[in-house]
Design a protein around this ligand. Structure first.
Ligand code: 5AD
Length: 354
């Protein structure tokens, strides 16, 4: 309760003025966010084993390494057996949740495949938390996925500014459609996750602050956001990586202050820019980590941005490495628990979160 007074003092102006802080001020900001994290969602860090099950994509987003016009990656789709093997690994490792992520497709074959594999995972691993991240779909499809057993959905808005959105995406992609998808997912009962790229071309500090308030207004349950990193075979280039990295940490910290009980991921992209990127994300207020469990042979073909880390490691190596990283910042790796968003339960119980 004391915190609420603290939180309500945060204004848009304060965040605009401080989003780029470094040095001692930055450390203080992260400490303030960490205290709020500890008090609201504890010092546990929850795992989501990330299975990138296909890199086939119908979209042509200007920033993304698996955009359909990039002919460099070898396109793949994991079989059901391969996916189930990866889920089994997560189960044995004690990862309480998985994320099934792929490029976006809307064809019947794909939709059926996703619904079937979700159902099979739910039957074989009933205690496993399951997040889907397969892009924009119609309402009936979302309903099918929900009924099959997925209870969380991640769909990044990428930017909450419509004009900016247009600069990052081809005209076939529509900002309003994406918002509608987020609303549909929420209405359907999913724990809702979204996020943005931080430091993407044409983005302003004001845009980023608006993104934070967008998350708050959408009343989302989880956020995954990380630095924009140019990909050599995409049209969008540029940005100062050190600046984007620090901005990303500060975005995590301010989001934690604004939304104390949501789940926030320390994303892999942070580690692409700094060897301790994910640890620093945790120190800035994040409480979720997503170890890669995609089979090693597919990893090099799922590079959304350049210098993606963990491509050479096996899932076993990622487990050991990530556990040590969490412990190194004095937080507790929480095995064997789903780690659902506390915000979600409050939101559903109260009709609204606050
Ligand atoms: N840099 C950083 N993040 C990216 N993503 C895609 N391309 C890039 C990039 N070049 C992110 C998008 C997408 C998520 C799966 O990966 O935010 O939603």
């Amino acid at each position: 309760m004391v915190r609420e007074i603290y939180i309500s003092k945060i204004s848009r102006e304060e965040i605009i003025n401080n989003l780029l802080v470094g040095g001692r001020e930055q450390k203080e900001l992260h400490e303030r966010a960490s205290v709020i994290r500890d008090e609201n969602v504890s010092r546990n860090v929850y795992f989501r084993g990330l299975i990138e099950f296909s890199n086939i994509c119908k979209n042509d987003c200007y920033y993304c390494g698996i955009r359909k016009s990039n002919d460099k990656p070898e396109r793949y789709s994991m079989s059901k057996e391969e996916i189930l093997r990866a889920v089994k690994f997560c189960d044995r490792a004690g990862y309480g949740s998985i994320v099934l992520q792929s490029g976006e497709r809307n064809d019947v074959g794909f939709i059926n495949f996703v619904a079937e594999i979700v159902k099979e995972i739910k039957e074989k691993f009933p205690a496993m938390g399951m997040t889907l991240c397969v892009g924009e779909q119609n309402k009936a499809t979302y309903r099918r996925f929900f009924e099959a057993g997925a209870h969380r959905y991640l769909l990044r808005i990428e930017t909450s500014n419509e004009e900016h959105y247009k600069k990052l995406h081809p005209k076939e992609m529509n900002f309003k459609d994406r918002i509608k998808c987020l609303e549909n997912l929420k209405d359907m009962g999913f724990q809702l996750g979204t996020g943005v790229m931080i430091g993407s071309p044409f983005q302003t500090i004001e845009n980023l602050v608006d993104d934070l308030f967008f998350f708050k207004e959408m009343d989302v349950d989880m956020v995954g956001m990380g630095p924009f990193i140019s990909h050599q075979h995409t049209p969008l280039k540029g940005g100062d990586e050190t600046k984007n990295f620090n901005l990303s940490l500060n975005m995590i910290a301010y989001l934690r202050i604004l939304m104390p009980d949501i789940n926030i991921a320390a994303t892999t992209a942070l580690q692409a820019l700094h060897p301790r990127g994910r640890e620093l994300g945790l120190e800035a207020g994040a409480n979720v980590i997503m170890p890669l469990v995609t089979p090693k042979k597919y990893r090099e073909n799922y590079q959304l941005y350049d210098n993606k880390p963990c491509i050479e490691e096996s899932s076993d190596e990622c487990l050991v490495c990530i556990t040590e990283r969490i412990k190194s910042v004095g937080l507790k790796p929480k095995f064997g628990e789903k780690g659902d968003s506390l915000h979600y339960f409050r939101r559903v119980k109260n009709g609204c979160a606050d």
